[in-house]
Structure formats: structure tokens, C-alpha cells
Design a protein around this ligand. Structure first.
Ligand code: ADQ
Length: 466
């Protein structure tokens, strides 16, 4: 078995050897890397003023070599804030209206991918397996192939893939898709994303379908498949059970008194549907006055990508909306919405999910949404809460025990909140058990193993002449 080489925009280096990394994805990939030995390569998060960034830094921890490369300020501006977050992110989240195309940014995107390839190629051994993550790095395989790298390379897209008309609105979309054809396996979160991708290839008439998810495009053979990401279900559930005795969680519980807690946890991002969610909550309060002073909605939302103007605008809008609803609906002894702009520790988050009666996860579009899965994993099996989930989150394709909503329909979402709060214990248990069984079987290690097996098997099949 060859080493594993993981490449992602940012690298979650554990602070000290032996420390558990933050999220489920980092846990699973670090475990796979420790087992096989390998490299995790990516941007350090730092930028330098010159024309050429300094050579990468190496940090060895056990079997893993973390390789961090700085970028120049121009690189960060064009590749990261520019093309990745102002073109690919909005386009993949169906927001044509927010995409800001610029040739300079696109050139920067390709330039940084070439730089990554140049810095990575000398570190690669012949039987290494490469696994590239997410939309920042689509052209990386092409750049590596140009340098003579023949290794097996897989790609996983964490965000949605939209229908072909949306993709086709992006200038130079052909070049982006052509970049993808140099991977051996392209993994998507859901069957919708895969169908959209296959639809694009068929519509543009640029690829030949070979069956079993395989395609041929300009002489390249590749496979596209669904591999929905999971979380570290078992350990997250254990963490939640322990966390209810944590003092921060207990204080939070005491401060809402006997009210039912409704929780939302999202990065501040326009894809997460935050203003629509607050509107739906207001509508719920207006339509069901019996719940006044009986519920508290806690929304925990760390700021993200504040350098991108759309995110700054969002920040203002969400804060104003929460303030407006509190002003209109609150009383002397009741603040309906608690809006917190900060990141909280993972164990505290687990405890807060557990004491919540309802999890509100209503993105307008989301690749998967791990919060939905974490909320389910954290519940008390004897008295589980209810997940209200957007049908436009990838997780809705898997979690059929959730109360599904259309987040654009604020009245429907308001009714779903009321339904979740009044659901019988038996129904809550049945719904929760179905979802929990699914999450235990499809956890993040399963995702990691399944993707890597699919990748190596596909490569073996390809090696056999037809
Ligand atoms: P994100 O858009 O970041 O991920 P999500 O899947 O919900 O969205 O993951 C967010 C993670 O950050 C969760 O693990 C959550 O617990 C954590 N988090 C959020 N707010 C937090 C807070 N205030 N404090 C601490 N932790 C917080 C992208 C895609 C998703 C896809 C994932 C993984 O956009 O669709 O599910 O990658 O593939």
C-alpha cells in the first residue's frame, strides 16, 4: 500500500503531536495518514509581500509530514478571495448574482495551482496515492500531469455541483471541467451533484459515457461517484453525553430557564439562509403566540471570509434582523433570539446540541452540512430533539427522519418549528433512531475508506486493457 498524500487549501496541523485535530474531516484524514504514512500539503494561511513566496515549511508529527506553503499577497487576493470565494463558491451555491468574474483572478487561481504542483511534485514517490480536496484546487491534477506525475489522483468536492446552465454561465467553464478530467476519481456529496455533473458533460457533448460512472473526455478516462461525507458519530455522541456536565453548557441551560432551546450553528455565509431562518422564527412566534416566552433560539455564528464584501454585508443584515425581531417580539424578561458571533469549542457545541429541543439547519444550498449530522449524533436517545432540515442541504438526501423544509418558504419553516416542538416522544425516538443508525454506519472513517477503495479499484480496472 502506497503512502497517502492529501492536498487541501488549508492544513489543520494539530498544535502538538498527539492532540486531536478539530473537525471530523481532519480526524479521519489524520487517522488515514498516520496509518499509511504520508503528507498533508497546503497553504499555511500566511501571505508575504514579495513576488515569490518562500520555500514550504515541513512539520513532522508521527507518520505525517505537514507541508505548508505561504502565498504572496497577490496570490491570496486573486486565487483565494478572488476566484475561489467570489466565483466558484457563489456559482456552486447557485448564486450567479453574486459571482464577480475577473480574468486577473482566474489567472491567479491557475497560477497558484501551478505553484502548488511545482512544490508538491518533488515530494511525490511513484506509488503514492494523491487525494485533492475541494474547489480551490480543481486544476491541480492537470498541473501535476504536465510535470509527468502519473500517480493515482482522486478529487473530492465538498460543496454542491449546480446544473449545467449555472456552470455554463462561468467564463472559461470548459477549462475548469477539463481540469477535472485529469483526476482518476471525482467524488461528489450527493446523487444530485453527480447528476448535474453528468448532465453538463452530456449537454456540452464533450464526454463519452462508458458505464459504471466512467467517462472518457479528450482521451482521459475518469470515474465520477457519490461519496457523502460523514462525521465521527460514535465519539461525537460520547462527547455530547459528557459535555452536559460542562460548566459552560450548564450555564447556558440555566440561562434559558425552563424554555425550550432551538439551536442554529453555522459559519456566517449567505449560503446558510440565516436571514430567512430568522424571518421564519419571527413568523413562528407571530403564528403561535402560545410559545411566547417558552422558547429561546440560540444562533451561534462565527464570522468568516470578512475580506469578501458580500460577507461583510451579510454580517450587518443578520445582526440587524436578529435585533429587529428581538425588539418587536421580546419582553422585559424574554429575549427570543440570542445571536452569538463566535466559535465555541467542539465539546461545548456537542453539549449545546444535546440540550436543544430543535436543531434548525436551513441552508439555501449546502454540499452536505455536518451540523445536521452532529446535532443528531449529540441527542439523548431517551429524549431526542428534532432536526428541522433544508431540503437543499446534501444531508437531506440521507437523513430521512428530519422534518424537511424549503428555506425560501418562511411560512412552511415556521410551521415546521411548531411541529418539531410539539412532536410526541415516540415519533421523535423513531425518527432519531433511523438517522442515528445511518450515521453510525456511514461515519467519516467509512467515507474515507470508501473513497480510497473506489479510487484504487478504478485505477486497477483502468490498467486492464479493454
Ligand atoms: P462548511 O460550509 O463549513 O463546510 P458544515 O458542513 O456545516 O459547513 O461544517 C461546519 C463545521 O464547523 C461543523 O463541524 C461545525 O460544528 C463547525 N462549526 C460551525 N460553527 C461553529 C461554531 N460557532 N463554533 C465551533 N464550530 C463551529 C463545507 C461544505 C459543507 C460540507 C463540509 C464537509 O460547505 O456542505 O458538509 O464542507 O464536506
Amino acid at each position: 500500500m502506497g503512502r497517502l498524500v492529501v492536498i487541501s487549501n488549508r492544513v489543520p496541523v494539530p498544535a502538538r503531536s498527539g492532540d486531536a485535530p478539530a473537525g471530523g474531516l481532519a480526524v479521519a484524514l489524520n487517522a488515514a495518514l498516520q496509518e499509511r504514512g504520508g503528507i498533508w500539503f497546503g497553504w499555511s494561511g500566511k501571505s508575504s509581500p514579495g513576488a515569490e513566496p518562500p520555500p514550504p515549511r515541513f512539520q513532522q508529527q508521527g507518520n505525517i509530514s505537514y507541508v505548508l506553503t505561504d502565498l504572496t499577497e497577490t496570490d491570496v487576493e486573486e486565487y483565494y478571495h478572488g476566484f475561489a470565494n467570489r466565483v466558484l463558491w457563489p456559482i456552486c451555491h447557485y448564486r450567479l448574482d453574486l459571482a464577480e468574474y475577473g480574468r486577473k483572478e482566474m489567472a491567479g487561481y491557475f497560477r497558484v495551482n501551478r505553484l502548488f504542483a511545482h512544490r508538491l511534485a518533488p515530494l511525490i514517490q511513484p506509488d503514492d496515492i494523491l487525494w485533492v480536496h475541494d474547489y480551490h484546487l480543481i486544476p491541480l491534477a492537470f498541473e501535476l500531469r504536465q510535470m509527468g506525475i502519473k500517480n493515482t489522483i482522486g478529487f473530492f468536492l465538498h460543496i454542491p455541483w449546480p446544473p449545467s446552465d449555472v456552470i455554463a454561465a462561468m467564463p472559461m467553464h470548459e477549462e475548469i471541467i477539463r481540469g477535472l478530467s485529469h483526476y482518476d476519481l471525482i467524488g461528489f456529496q450527493t446523487d444530485y451533484d453527480l447528476d448535474n455533473f453528468a448532465g453538463y458533460l452530456a449537454r456540452e457533448g464533450i464526454a463519452r459515457k462508458l458505464g459504471a460512472g466512467r467517462f472518457e473526455y479528450h482521451g482521459q478516462h475518469f470515474k465520477a461517484a457519490v461519496h457523502g461525507i460523514g462525521i465521527e458519530t460514535k465519539s461525537f455522541a460520547q462527547m455530547a453525553q459528557v459535555a452536559i456536565s460542562n460548566s459552560a453548557v450548564r450555564k447556558a441551560r440555566q440561562s434559558v430557564e425552563s424554555r425550550d432551546l432551538i439551536i442554529g450553528v453555522d459559519r456566517l455565509d449567505y449560503s446558510k439562509g440565516l436571514t430567512q431562518r430568522i424571518d421564519a422564527f419571527e413568523r413562528f412566534l407571530r403564528a403561535y403566540p402560545g410559545y411566547h416566552n417558552k422558547v429561546t433560539y440560540l444562533q451561534i455564528t462565527p464570522k468568516s471570509r470578512s475580506e469578501v464584501p458580500e460577507y461583510e454585508t451579510m454580517q450587518k443584515m443578520v445582526a440587524e434582523e436578529a435585533g429587529r425581531v428581538n425588539g418587536a417580539m421580546g419582553t422585559l424578561d424574554w429575549v427570543p433570539i440570542r445571536y452569538v458571533n463566535r466559535s465555541v469549542g467542539r465539546h461545548i457545541l456537542a453539549g449545546l446540541y444535546r440540550i436543544a429541543r430543535v436543531g434548525l439547519v436551513t441552508p439555501l444550498r449546502d454540499g452536505m452540512n455536518l451540523v445536521a449530522k452532529e446535532f443528531i449524533a449529540a441527542q439523548d436517545p431517551d429524549n431526542p430533539g428534532v432536526l428541522v432540515l433544508s431540503r437543499f442541504a446534501g444531508a437531506a438526501r440521507e437523513l430521512d427522519g428530519a422534518v424537511l423544509v424549503n428555506p425560501y418558504d418562511t411560512e412552511g419553516t415556521a410551521n415546521a418549528i411548531a411541529r418539531a416542538l410539539s412532536m410526541s416522544l415516540q415519533e421523535r425516538r423513531e425518527r432519531w433512531q433511523n438517522m442515528m443508525n445511518f450515521l453510525l454506519h456511514h461515519d467519516v472513517s467509512h467515507w474515507c475508506d470508501a473513497f480510497l477503495n473506489d479510487l484504487t479499484q478504478h485505477k486497477q480496472i483502468q490498467a486492464v486493457p479493454i
